[in-house]
Design a protein. Structure first.
Length: 234
């Protein structure tokens, strides 16, 4: 039986390490499966698809939150039910009340029918007991559905706020995005370029690329981008 930890980020600004730390803190031996993905549906997540094919009955998948499994309520609830039927344990660190163990506990705690020996009374008691048991299971399922609904609402609200923010900015006359053909000017770029021109042996200096990168304190890709710009400006 294997414990998997699934981690996903949907935007570049997010840090996947937080999810990994949370899962490892609760399940140190968890096998971490991670990927960057933009969107809400389950389809199209390559690593998640591989995980779903690999899990077996008795295995566990741990999520930092229900939104990491799916922010689409219908897809998420359907997958939950499918994995539950396959006897795969699901754990949600931020929503432990919808873990499959909790649902199964609710299913197992069925109220036994009391038999009195009177046929009419026993029939009535059976009907009442079955109704209560069905209600408890439906209540547990509703909690699961609500968790996925909330995850979808959060992403829908985020998209709505983004659209409204862009619309407001446009009405205020602000430029949205970069202007085609315009170079991006970074505050640190010009001082760095001056140092590159001064010390690089490809320009006015005697130092190698590695030596200049260390001197200026910039990343390799940035360094060569600045060198290319210096050549084009010459």
């Amino acid at each position: 039986m294997t414990v998997y930890g699934y981690c996903r980020i949907s935007r570049k600004q997010q840090n996947i390490e937080r999810q990994i730390r949370n899962i490892k803190a609760a399940y140190p031996a968890a096998v971490i499966v991670q990927e960057a993905y933009t969107g809400t549906k389950i389809e199209g997540r390559k690593e998640f698809d591989k995980l779903l094919k690999a899990v077996k009955a008795g295995d566990t998948i741990v999520f930092d939150s229900v939104s990491r499994m799916s922010r689409n309520a219908a897809d998420g609830f359907e997958l939950y039910q499918t994995l539950l039927q396959q006897h795969v344990e699901l754990v949600f660190l931020k929503e432990p009340h919808i873990n499959t163990a909790v649902y199964k506990e609710a299913a197992e705690k069925q109220i036994a029918t009391i038999e009195t020996g009177d046929a009419a009374t026993d029939e009535l008691m059976a009907a009442i007991t079955n109704g209560i048991n069905r209600y408890m299971l439906r209540l547990a399922e509703r909690q699961i559905q609500l968790a996925f609904d909330q995850a979808q609402k959060e992403v829908d609200d985020l998209h709505q706020r983004t659209r409204e923010g862009l619309a407001t900015a446009k009405l205020a006359g602000k430029q949205i995005g970069g202007i085609a053909g315009k170079k991006l000017i970074v505050k640190k770029a010009e001082p760095a370029k001056k140092l590159i021109r001064k010390y690089s042996r490809d320009f006015d200096g005697t130092l190698s690329d590695t030596e200049v990168m260390k001197l200026v304190g910039i990343a390799r890709n940035t360094y060569f981008k600045y060198k290319s710009q210096l050549r084009s400006d010459s």
